[in-house]
Design a binder for this molecule. Structure first.
Ligand SMILES: CC(C)(COP(=O)(O)OP(=O)(O)OC[C@H]1O[C@@H](n2cnc3c(N)ncnc32)[C@H](O)[C@@H]1OP(=O)(O)O)[C@@H](O)C(=O)NCCC(=O)NCCS
Length: 470
């Protein structure tokens, strides 16, 4: 009896050991993911392969977003008004009768279908597109999509998986009905009031933070919504207001607004100059926005070259090296210069002294000397210098593209580099270049139906339909 019990106990303990030793299921071990691909890097398809974007966007903000998604491998179908297309095709033209650089540089890797979305047949085609796409992107004026008959509720009913992504100038509130362009957003988002020199007017910046900046915000929202859709199976709305996106990029200025209530902003050079602060964050000229003071300094040739300047940062950990480089070793121990706090009220004089040195060197010489000893500096590069920079060509950030009507042109490629989803920059489509291809291969219309759609005027400008009928 006792032996039987012992045997039973031994068997039970073996079972426990077995249970304990049980390996996690393959699915759990992989966190629910497939096995890692063994294909060479960059050969396992593109990141957004299989995602189809219905691109109703125009001008810059929306197209920046859809271009980025196209570079990541999404199939972007750009819907354009027959005969006209995206207004930028004809804006700032430099080559007669060719799509402008404004258009070509924002619409790479997309397909174009012309469609009158107010025409009954056009609506029928648009509804088919809605049913077979994953994301609709638009940056029409406020209320335009609703007026076309495509409210969120209607789109969601047609395709519950559809993500509807929109850029508008303002979010809900007093300005929600306003049309907005880049500089309006820069002004309303706090960028203009904090850019420029204290004694000058507000300034807008050349970086298109309102348009391209918000295109990036929208792209992040779309990819996030796609990820959530994997779990929920349903689409959602992604809304970006240009004012909000600009404010997001001006976050540090709101930081300073609140600090100002507790006392002067010591790192702003106006503090060192003894000029009192007002109630709002002032324009700070070329002061650095962080805790390490910086300024733009003249370099050799500044009298004739408008870009012979360098941004010089007096980073505290390398202060002693700065003193050596500019020939002021005595500042290392002088109590008026040795600590960051002591230097703050003297920044104007310090930068003027450093400038005496930078003016004896070209910006590239300053860069070479300073980089060798870890002093952070940045040459002011002109667009010409950037366009000619070989390292940017090598990484695909600067790309030469061939176009059938305008020939070769330079563009900025995908600045986000994925090691397993490598972007190739393909030229922008001609107006309606893929209309038939999309009607047939994507939407499944027969050749007869395609002919009917074409003669209806839904994809062809009215004057062409009339001319063909005459
Ligand atoms: C940029 C903006 C100011 C341009 O204004 P706009 O040129 O007047 O263009 P809208 O977007 O208001 O659209 C104008 C009309 O074109 C029509 N339209 C556009 N595409 C069409 C198509 N394929 N077929 C038929 N009609 C079309 C619209 O239905 C609208 O008609 P409606 O006013 O009768 O409803 C405006 O679109 C806007 O404020 N967008 C949101 C903010 C934004 O993205 N701004 C930055 C742009 S880079």
């Amino acid at each position: 009896m006792a032996t039987k019990k012992r045997k039973k106990a031994r068997a039970a303990s073996k079972r426990i050991v077995k249970l304990k030793a049980k390996k996690p299921s393959a699915k759990a071990a992989n966190n629910g993911l497939p096995r890692p691909s063994t294909k060479p890097w960059g050969k396992a398809g593109k990141a957004l392969q299989g995602i189809r974007i219905l691109d109703l966007s125009h001008v810059q903000a929306g197209p920046t977003c859809t271009q980025l998604l196209a570079w990541f491998g999404a199939d972007v179908i750009k819907v354009e008004r027959p005969g006209v297309g995206d207004i930028t095709r004809g804006q700032l033209r430099d080559v007669p009768d060719a799509d402008s650089l404004y258009f070509t540089m924002l619409n790479h890797n997309k397909r174009s279908i012309t469609l009158d979305t107010k025409h009954p047949k056009g609506k029928e085609v648009l509804e088919r597109l809605i049913k077979c796409c994953d994301v609709l992107v638009e940056n029409f004026g406020p209320g335009v999509l609703d007026r076309m008959g495509y409210t969120w509720e209607h789109i969601h009913k047609l395709n519950p998986r559809m993500i509807v992504a929109s850029i508008k100038g303002f979010g809900p509130g007093p300005y929600e009905d306003c049309k907005v362009y880049e500089n309006v957003a820069q002004c309303a988002g706090g960028a203009a009031s904090t850019t420029g020199f204290r004694d000058g007017p507000p300034l807008v910046t050349g970086a298109q933070i309102g348009d391209s900046g918000n295109g990036l915000h929208l792209a992040v929202g779309i990819v996030t919504a796609l990820y959530q859709r994997d779990r929920t199976g349903r689409g959602q709305r992604v809304n970006v207001a240009m004012q909000d996106g600009v404010l997001n990029l001006c976050r540090v200025k709101l930081r300073d607004q609140q600090r100002l209530q507790r006392g002067p902003l010591a790192e702003y050079s106006q503090h060192g100059e003894g000029i009192p602060f007002g109630k709002s964050v002032p324009r700070a000229g070329n002061d650095s926005g962080g805790g390490q003071p910086g300024w733009i300094l003249k370099c050799k040739g500044w009298e004739t070259d408008p870009d012979a300047y360098i941004y010089f940062i007096t980073q505290a950990p390398v202060w002693e090296k700065i003193c050596d480089v500019i020939g002021k070793p005595e500042w290392k121990t002088d109590k008026d210069y040795a600590t960051p706090k002591a230097r703050l009220p003297r920044l104007k004089h310090i930068f003027a002294t450093i400038e005496q040195w930078t003016m004896t060197k070209t910006k590239f010489e300053v860069m070479e000397i300073c980089n060798a000893v870890d002093i952070p500096v940045g040459p002011i590069l002109s667009m010409k210098e950037i366009a000619e920079e070989p390292s940017l060509r090598k990484t695909g950030t600067m790309v030469e593209v061939d176009h059938p009507t305008r020939g070769k042109y330079l563009t900025v490629g995908n600045p986000i580099k994925l090691s397993d989803s490598i972007s190739e920059v393909k030229r922008s489509p001609l107006l309606g270049e893929h209309t038939e291809e999309i009607l047939g291969a994507v939407l499944g219309y027969s050749a007869k139906e395609v002919a009917e759609i074409k003669s209806s005027g839904a994809v062809t400008p009215p004057e062409k339909v009339r001319a063909a009928a005459a």
